[in-house]
Each structure stands twice: as C-alpha cells, then as structure tokens.
Design a protein around this ligand. Structure first.
Ligand code: NAD
Length: 496
C-alpha cells in the first residue's frame, strides 16, 4: 500500500471548522445557524461543516448575480478580455490541481488520481470555452418581407447572454460538472449562482477562492452551499433566467415543474441506466477491461456507467469468466492509497441505498460475484455482478448508482437493440463489435444521447453530452453547450 501525502494547502483548508458562502466576491456567513456536516466516506469522520444556505442567502446571491449582469461589467466586457479571465482561471485550476483533488478525495472518496484527472478536465473545459468567448456570432438573413418603395432592409440575429443562471451540481463529479456549466455560461456573458451538492461542497468552495484571483468581477459567480431546500429556493427564485441542473431524474422533474411556474429556461442532465452490447466478434479482452472500468470507476457512481451488459449467448460463459477474473484482483481501498482501484461509496445513506438494491437483486437475479458491504471502516461495497434473463427486474430498470452490473444474454442484433432501448433512461450506450456495418446499424437504432463503439463512455469539452427520455433535456459541452446560455434576438432594420 502506498499512501499519497496531502499538501499543506489542503490540510490548512480542511482545518477550517466551518465555511462561509461566496457572494459578490466576499465570504459571508449565512443568515441562518443551520449547517451541514461533511463526512469523509473512507473514515466515516466529520471533516468540516458548511452553511445550509437560507432563502435570504439565496436571495443575496441572486441579487449579486443580477446586479453583475445588469451593470454589464461582464457581459459587455471586450470578449478577448473575458477570454483572458477564463484562460487565467483554467491556469489557476491546473496550478491548484493537487490541492483541489485532495479535498475532492477527502469529501467524496474518489481515487486521488481520478480526482486529479477531474480537476485537469475542468481546466480543459474552461480553456475550451475561453476560446468561444470571441466567437459568439449572429447571422445575416435575407428575409422576404416587401419594403415600401425606396426602402431597403437589413436583417440579422444577435446571440445574447441569457442572464442569471442557477447551476445545480451533484456530488459525483463536483468540479468537472460545475465546469460544464460555469465555463460556457461565463464565456457567453452570463452570471450565476452555483450550488454544489450538500455531500461534496468543499472542493467547490476552494475553487471559489480562485475566482477572485482570476479576475472575475464581483457578483459574476456566487457559491451557495446547502441541501435540496436551498436548491429549491434558488431554482424557484424569480431573478433566475436559466436553470442548469445535473442530478437525479426525480429531482430534475420537480425542478422542471417549478421552472414552468416562472417559465424559466432549463437544461436537465439526469440519471442513466446505460446498456453495453457485446457481440460475439468483439475483442473480449478489451471489452471486459472497459466494461469493468465503465461500471466500477468512481464506485459506479457515474451517470453514464454501463450498468446493463447484454452479451451474445455464444460468448456469455467466456465473458463471465473473464470479468470475474478481472474484478477478483481489484484493490478496494482508500482513495489516498495510490494502488486502490475502487474507493468507498460517497455516503452512508448512499451505501444503504445500494445495499437495499442489491438485496432486491438477490431475490430477482443470480449473483455471479460480490453482493456485500465490506466489513471495515468506510462505506465500501464489493464490485458486484448479477446474471439475468431479460429486462424484467428492478436492477435493470432502476439506477443503482453503485458498483453493480447486470449481465443478460441476447440472441441476435435485433434482440440486443430491443433490450437496450427498453428503458425509461436513454443517456449513453456502448457497442462492442469489430463489424462496422453492425456498429453503424446499432448507432442508428440505439435510442441514447451518447453512443460509443469499442470504448468506454468518456467526456471531452468538444463533445456534446445529454440524454434522451428520462435522462434529460438539452445538451452540455461543445458548441451546443455554449448556445444553451444564449438567446437569439432577431433584428430587422429598414432604412433609405
Ligand atoms: P440529486 O438529484 O439528489 O441532487 C443533485 C443536486 O440537486 C444537489 O445539489 C441537491 O442538493 C440538489 N437538489 C435536491 N433537491 C432539490 C430541489 N428540490 N430543488 C433544487 N435542487 C435540489 O442527485 P445526486 O444524488 O447529487 O447525484 C446523483 C444523480 O445525478 C444520479 O441520478 C446521476 O445519474 C445524476 N447525474 C447525471 C449526470 C448527467 O450528465 N446526466 C452527471 C452526473 C450525475
């Protein structure tokens, strides 16, 4: 076991017994005494407390963001200056990568190298969108309206920043998911209130210190900690122009309803139950390794985790042998053990939820591997594999969000596609085959926002992500992820 040594910066940040709210580029205490204890899932010990933001705190943050939007210091800033601040911020993220990653591992349990990759990927996202700040363009349009004799016209569109954004983030990738929202909205000229999850807010609070260093004007980014009530106060606030939410489908639907009350623009990145199709001509060694990564990385607490593996009947036995062999050697340990391959689940309540799902699974399916909480300190759960016959089980239809894979055999391509599409979710799907014709047919037939062939699902700032069906509304990342924070104004000038 090789234990990673935490930096002094992370230690001194974690020594602070409590953390304030970041409003108008200042640290402010909450108006309420209500607080939330943050627990290290590897040790089960309390590491800090944060404010459980009140309605008044939310209001102050929205007012700060509104003033910053209205006074135009950000949206009317020369776009190349706006880009420079975003570039500076991405440099600062890289500079402080180790510290943020260490805080992330303490609050979330993820492996330190994965925490570092998460921070570096957030830095890439900011750098990518920094480039967009100078490339937001409208169009000229030759409209067909007849003009009065002697008059001419000139019609065009302007892409304008949408306004004040409420950005609500889950606990599983607090920094990268925050970057998927903050980087494009800031590039577009919007201002925001970020609410990280009550389970893992510390990394975002550390990151907030860098906003001022990067040079963001006051009020442009505000960070409010708190639970679902704080989130609800934010998303229902009348001063919000857009909600961007990543989290469960259940909460997403509630927010969607409240958004309609105010007719607030909304993007929802929600849950998944992603299928993986393994055909008999696949490179099985590669497939097994990637499928294991896909479902056991981050303890399976990944929205695009391939949690349903459909395997062609003729290779089922070989697939099961190979995947069992692969996971039986996995090192399950603290995220600071650099040889660890699977850390703890994020919280006690989440561990209990996963345990309950697995007990239900034991009644409906056959256990092939694992199926228990590990008897040691920390919220550790074994990598678990079930074998099923069809889609008729709780574990196939509901999102477990843990290291739990269900394997189901299929006969042929149409059977595989039918099983894969038979879900309320439609976030991501993966196909393993060497036959490009088969792959192309699957790409066309699979009902999911993301399709990967011969690869685990991976995000990239240039590559839009977003689900269909109960997995969400709208897209993040890429050009479309920038446009989500703009509104189009159509203008016609008559002159002459
Ligand atoms: P969650 O829905 O419980 O919470 C997400 C966030 O919403 C948290 O910040 C929470 O405080 C806040 N919240 C809770 N109730 C609210 C309310 N009524 N109004 C406003 N905000 C509220 O989700 P979670 O447990 O933090 O995260 C796991 C879920 O996130 C999984 O379902 C996973 O699939 C999903 N997820 C989706 C994506 C994607 O890109 N599609 C990415 C990561 C995670």
């Amino acid at each position: 076991m090789s234990i990673y040594k935490m930096s002094d910066d992370a230690k001194s940040f974690l020594k602070k017994p409590s953390h304030d709210l970041f409003i108008d580029n200042e640290w402010k205490p909450s108006t309420s005494d209500d607080s939330i204890a943050i627990v290290n899932p590897a040790s089960e010990g309390i590491i800090a407390t944060v404010c459980n933001g009140s309605i008044e705190d939310v209001d102050s943050a929205v007012v700060a963001a509104r003033n910053a939007f209205d006074d135009s210091a950000w949206r009317k800033m020369n776009p190349s200056e706006r880009a420079s601040i975003l570039y500076k911020f991405s440099d600062l993220l890289e500079e402080h990568c180790a510290t943020i990653a260490e805080i992330l591992t303490v609050e979330n349990g993820k492996l330190i190298n994965q925490s570092k990759s998460e921070v570096m990927s957030a830095a890439s996202t900011f750098r990518y969108y920094a480039g967009w700040a100078t490339k937001i363009e409208g169009e000229t349009i030759d409209i067909s309206l007849k003009q009065a004799p002697g008059k001419k016209n000139f019609a065009f569109t302007r892409r304008e920043p949408l306004g004040v954004v409420a950005a609500i983030v889950p606990w599983n990738f607090p920094i990268s998911i925050a970057s998927w929202k903050l980087a494009p909205l800031l590039a577009a000229g919007c201002t925001c209130v970020l609410k990280p999850s009550e389970v893992s807010p510390l990394s975002s609070l550390f990151m907030a210190q860098l906003f001022t260093l990067a040079g963001f004007p006051k009020g442009v980014i505000n960070v409010i900690t708190g639970d679902g009530n704080t989130g609800a106060a934010l998303t229902s606030h009348k001063g919000i122009d857009k909600i961007t939410f990543t989290g469960s489908s259940h909460v997403g639907k509630m927010i969607g309803k409240s958004a309609m009350e105010n007719l607030t623009d909304i993007s929802l990145e929600l849950g998944g139950k992603s299928p993986v199709l393994v055909f008999d001509d696949a490179d099985l060694k590669d497939a097994v390794k990637s499928i294991s990564m896909g479902i056991f990385r981050n303890g399976g607490q990944v929205c695009v985790a391939g949690s349903r593996a459909y395997v062609q009947e003729s290779i089922l036995e070989e697939f099961l042998e190979k995947i069992k062999a692969f996971i039986s050697t996995m090192n399950i340990s603290d995220g600071f053990d650099t040889s660890s391959e699977l850390g703890p689940l994020v919280s006690e309540s989440h561990l209990i939820r996963v345990c309950q799902y697995v007990e239900t699974g034991k009644k409906e399916l056959k256990v092939i591997h694992g199926g228990k909480r590990l008897e040691r300190k920390g919220y550790y759960f074994e990598p678990t594999i079930f074998l099923g016959k069809d889609n008729d089980s709780t574990l196939v239809s509901e999102e477990v969000f843990g290291p739990v894979l269900v394997v189901i055999p299929f006969k042929d391509k149409s059977d595989a596609i039918r099983l894969a599409n038979d879900s309320d979710f439609a976030l991501s799907s993966t196909v393993w085959t060497k036959d490009i014709d088969k792959a192309m047919e699957c790409i066309e037939s699979l009902n999911a926002g993301w399709v990967f062939v011969n690869s685990v699902a991976r995000s990239d700032p240039h590559f839009p992500i977003g689900g269909y069906k109960q997995s969400g509304v709208g897209k993040e990342l890429g050009k479309v992820g920038l446009y989500a924070y703009t509104k189009v104004k159509s203008v016609n000038i008559v002159y002459g």
